[in-house]
Design a protein around this ligand. Structure first.
Ligand code: NAD
Length: 433
């Protein structure tokens, strides 16, 4: 099948490349000409493990191309995916659908024959109806169906998630569109990926419900971690004790500095707004959002407390800036709030991240970027692990202690056994244990 993927970001580039790898013929379209030039030259705009080889292999086979010419890509396509950003709208937290609406109008003008327009972006209930209306108004003669096919991949494991998903959700009203979607995903059904074929509104809401549930699960264990600290219990053992119950499941039960990233913060907020608009508030999610916001600030307060209640004039070393390991994505990363709060309290910041520094430079000010974890620790009054990159899991703690001015390690991801840290002569704070 011929596929046009509108938006060559984290989702569009991974999905487009994986569809090409299944044997479809894929053109990824982006308005960002520099991004397209780089992709054509084999340079990827994002860090995602394994993606560079998969892009190169499929370009070589002639199944994957990149263009800024949306009209040409759409005119030839059996299916056009919309995979543009849907950030929080400034001021009110609703999803900003500007890019989706623009893409819909551009697609409409370029349709030449029956085409399935697939919304892969995360969009509020009813956006499929809007896209349909925009296309019909822009091009009344167009033959098309609008389908919702939300994406559940995780950055850092995106290829594996796309190729071996827990499920594929397709919201399509008519049989013709359903058939095209089945053909597109047929290679995955061979891997027995369950297909949830449903209505468009249900598919749209399913994505938000999934993200909100996961955000709630993280927030739940974070509150249990706080309680563990007060009562002398260990949150990792509590998480194991509850997670082995199949009704609960062990994933997303790691206590830490609060969820961040390009999806959970904006999607929980957008769901809250949609629910309020429909007079059916989702109070658990409202509370989750508030707790998580407060938690990021509280992490900075913990660092300040570990430094004796005052960080003014002190140097704090931060390990890990991205919102999670194995990505360069800095969107809504907890590190941003933590660093801003520490700077506001008078600290100077050194930081190290394996892949996130280019993006970090765009959102953080006055940070000294170090070449490795040990250089980061040099002369610091405390070392804070914010993101659990594998490279931080087996650091030479004695070497770190010798580099630090004051031997304090604040581990917001619980990646060290407290005994090991104590043996190295470091004072240690972790989360919920
Ligand atoms: P992104 O910002 O990385 O990529 C979006 C791309 O779309 C950008 O490169 C932008 O230049 C391009 N674009 C915008 N308007 C365009 C147009 N009219 N024509 C062509 N290109 C256009 O965003 P992302 O992280 O890939 O997210 C895309 C959507 O997928 C969002 O709705 C997001 O919520 C959802 N999603 C993201 C993830 C994730 O892990 N990042 C996971 C699941 C779902």
């Amino acid at each position: 099948m011929r596929v046009a993927m509108i938006g060559a970001g984290y989702v569009g580039l991974v999905s487009g490349t994986c569809f090409a790898d299944f044997g479809h013929s894929v053109i990824c379209v982006d308005t960002d000409a520099a991004k397209i030039d780089n992709l054509r030259a084999g340079r990827l705009p994002i860090y995602e493990p394994g993606l560079d080889q998969l892009v190169a292999a499929n370009m070589r086979q002639g199944r994957l191309g990149f263009t800024t010419d949306l009209a040409a890509a759409v005119a030839d396509a059996d299916a056009v995916f919309i995979a543009v950003g849907t950030p929080s709208r400034r001021g009110d937290g609703h999803a900003d659908l500007t890019y989706v609406h623009q893409a819909a109008a551009q697609i409409a003008a370029a349709l030449t024959r029956y085409t399935v327009v697939v919304n892969k972006s995360t969009v509020p209930v009813g956006t499929g109806d809007q896209v349909e209306r925009i296309i019909r108004e822009t091009n009344p003669a167009a033959e098309f169906s609008v389908v919702s096919n939300p994406e559940f991949l995780r950055e850092g494991a995106a290829i594996e998630d796309f190729k071996r998903p827990d499920r594929i959700v397709i919201g399509a009203g008519d049989a013709r569109a359903q058939e095209v979607m089945r053909d597109l995903y047929r290679p995955l059904f061979l891997n027995q990926a369950p297909l949830v074929m449903t209505g468009r509104r249900t598919a749209e809401l399913t994505k938000y419900a999934a993200n909100a549930f996961l955000a709630m699960k993280v927030t739940f264990i974070n509150e249990i971690a706080d309680l563990c600290e007060q009562v002398g219990a260990n949150v990792q053992e509590v998480a194991r004790g509850i997670g082995l119950d199949k009704r609960i499941g062990g994933k997303f039960l790691h206590a830490g500095p609060g969820y961040g990233g390009s999806c959970f913060p904006k999607d929980t907020l957008a769901l809250v707004k949609t629910a309020q608009d429909y007079g059916s508030p989702v109070r658990l999610v409202e509370t989750t959002v508030a707790i998580n916001d407060a938690r990021k600030r509280d992490m900075a307060a913990r660092v300040i407390a570990a430094c004796g209640g005052d960080v003014s004039g002190k140097r704090i070393a931060i390990l890990g800036l991205t919102f999670k390991p194995n990505t360069d994505d800095m969107r809504d990363a907890p590190s941003i709030v933590i660093i801003n709060e520490l700077q506001a309290a008078g600290a100077s910041i050194a930081a190290y991240d394996p892949e996130g520094v280019d993006q970090a430079r765009q959102v953080l000010r006055d940070v000294d970027y170090a070449a490795d974890p040990y250089a980061c620790a040099a002369g610091a009054d405390a070392l804070v692990i914010v993101t659990e990159w594998d490279a931080f899991r087996a650091l030479d703690l004695n070497e770190l202690r010798s580099r630090l001015r004051s031997p304090a390690l604040i581990d917001l991801r619980n990646i060290y056994p407290p005994e090991d840290v104590a043996d190295a002569g470091l004072r240690y704070w972790s989360v919920g244990r």
